[in-house]
Each structure stands twice: as C-alpha cells, then as structure tokens.
Design a protein around this ligand. Structure first.
Ligand code: PEP
Ligand code: MN
Length: 337
C-alpha cells in the first residue's frame, strides 16, 4: 500500500499517517521526494485499508499494490484453474463449446438439438429453464419442467448441462439437475445468490454484469471462491455502451486482461455480446484467437420461432460451419476444439 501525501502536507500530517500505519499493524517507510512525500505501508494488505488511510489530513491518495480479489487473483495462485463438468473442460488445452437454445422450449426440441450439437462437437448444452426477461410479460421459462427436459437431453447425449439459476432459494433444485450453474449478467451482483452457488460446490459460469467493471466482476467471482468453491468460469457477455449497431458491445480485450489478472478460465458469449446471429461466427473465431477457454453460443433449429433471443441465435448448419472454421483458428493458437 502506498500513501501519497499532498505537495503541501506538513510534517505533523506525515507523522500522523506513519503512526496510523503502525497502529494498523504495518511497517511505515517514508520516502521523501523533492516535491512530494510518499509513505509505503509494508505488510499484509487487507480490504478496507484504503478507506481507513485516505481520510487523514494531507493525504492525496492511497494506492493498493495487491488486487482486492485475493482468491481470484493470479498474484497468489500461479497455475491456471481448469473447470471440468463431464466432458466439458474449460481452462485446459481443449476449448469448451457450450451450445443450445436460449430457452428450453420442450423435451423433443432439446433432446433432438442436443444430439445434433453433440455430433458437431459441443461438450456442454445450454438452455434456460429460469429466464431473466426484461419484460414480465415475456416467456419466463419452463422452470423445473425445463430442468427435467435438460436432464433428459443429458441422459441421451452425456453433454454437461449449463443452466441459469436466478434465486438463492432455487439453487438446490437447479443443482440437482445441472452440471454447471449459470449466474446471469443481471444477477452478477446478487451477493446472496453468489454465496448460495458457492455453497452448492458445483461449477459456476459467472456472467459479467452489463455495466460491471473488471474489478467488480472479479470481486463477484471472489464471493463464490470465498465459499470454498474453486470451480468458477468467468464469462464475458458484452457490456452496455453508447453503441447501438449491436445489442451489447463485446470487449474481447477482457479475455487477455482477465488471463493476466486471474487464474480463472474465461468463456465468451458472442450471442448476447452482439445480439446478431451473423456476427456470432466471426466473434467466436476472434474469441478463440485472443485466448478464450470456452464459448457459449445460442443455437436453435428454427430461430424465427424461438421463444427468446431468436435474432442472435444460429442454426445447427451455421454452427457446423463455424466449428470447422473455429477448429482451424484453435489449431493456429495451439488449442483444440
Ligand atoms: C442467457 O444466457 O440466455 C442470458 C440471459 O444471458 P445474460 O445473463 O448474459 O443476459
Ligand atoms: Mn438468451
């Protein structure tokens, strides 16, 4: 932690900061510059220290050295985390491909589509049974019936089921059927939900909130890790910007950034990230090129009649072509798909 003093800070104010640092159990070291003095606080950095040191008179700013997200940070865990659920592996050499409809619509639909997707190389099956819809009048999902349909698709194909849980009181039920619990963008800062999925102990796909910064995203992951659940995947799904040619803006720089700051694997969702089906295949290829460990993509046999998110949903035949292209990109960057 570095305390930067104001240029006009008095000797008393510097002494006060030095004493406060000692009182907090750290060792102060004063560095006197020509124009400005900084006080380094050596010792274990803890959450909340900035708030304690910054109000003192004469202090310009306090700069933490360590990331505030201890468990998610690559500072304390050097080796990369690999999350596994059945044949879905995210964080290793093989890129995990999670595909399926936005919403689970019916048993025949999901079982049939799961068969096709498995054949085309998907390792995870997505599909919402609990849907966070912007309007209360939109289809809200088949709920537990939908979870049963997903379980039937898994029994048929062995694909790992990735599905959203929206409320802490539903975690036990969703965990009974799902292999991966998805926390949606709208719930990234629902701290009770994060703790509940942490306690469930199952792999979690944590989506970035549409207005969340990288620090907020990693601190949300920290809530899950702090409940001793290390199986966390970070999912970049696009953020809200001034731009309106796409539904959201998909910032792919977050992939290498998150890899630098954290050991957790990174999944990219180009379906929600763009909102446009024709942009999904090129953005999948781009995500792989910049190091994504997994992709989550919306696929439906008949997007025009999908119960949600049809405009951003690709067909199995587009998915098939996309896989062929993405395999070549993966190979070029030393990965497999
Ligand atoms: C979804 O995956 O269908 C979904 C609702 O995603 P997000 O939370 O990223 O909007
Ligand atoms: Mn969707």
């Amino acid at each position: 932690m570095i305390v930067v003093m104001k240029t006009d800070a008095t000797a008393e104010q510097i002494d006060h900061v030095v004493a406060h640092i000692r009182e907090l159990g750290m060792t102060p070291q004063v560095i006197t510059g020509k124009f400005q003095t900084v006080v380094a606080a050596l010792g274990q950095e803890r959450v909340g220290l900035v708030e304690l040191l910054e109000p003192a008179p004469g202090v310009e700013k306090v700069l933490p050295i360590m990331a505030p997200y201890k468990r998610a940070s690559s500072e304390l865990k050097g080796d990369r985390t690999v999350v596994r659920a059945r044949d879905l592996e995210v964080g290793g050499l093989r890129i995990g491909m999670i595909a399926g409809p936005c919403s689970v619509e019916g048993e025949d639909q999901i079982v049939e589509l799961a068969r096709t997707l498995k054949q085309l190389g998907a390792t995870g099956l997505r599909g919402g049974a609990f849907k966070p819809r912007t309007s209360p009048y939109s289809f809200q999902g088949h709920k537990e019936e939908g979870l049963k349909m997903l379980a039937a698709a898994r029994a048929e194909t062995g694909l790992a089921i990735v599905t959203e849980v929206m409320a802490p009181e539903h975690v036990a039920m969703v965990a009974e059927y799902a292999d991966v619990l998805q926390v949606g963008a709208r719930n990234m800062q629902n701290y009770n939900l994060l703790q509940a999925v942490g306690d469930a102990g199952k792999p979690v796909l944590l989506k970035r909130g549409m207005s969340a910064t990288m620090d907020e995203f990693l601190l949300a992951a920290e809530y899950i890790l702090d409940r001793n659940n290390p199986h966390v995947m970070l999912c970049e799904r696009g953020i809200r910007t001034f731009e309106d040619h796409t539904r959201f803006t998909l910032p792919l720089a977050s992939v290498p950034y998150l890899h630098e700051k954290s050991h957790l694997p990174v999944v990219v969702d180009p379906s929600h990230g763009t909102g446009k089906a024709r942009l999904v295949p090129p953005m999948c290829a781009a995500a792989i090129a910049c190091g994504a460990d997994g992709l989550i993509v919306e696929v439906h046999t008949d997007p025009e009649h999908a119960m949600s998110d049809g405009a951003q949903t690709i067909t199995p035949s587009v998915f098939s072509e996309m896989m062929a292209h993405c395999r070549r990109v993966a190979e070029a960057v030393g990965r497999t798909l």
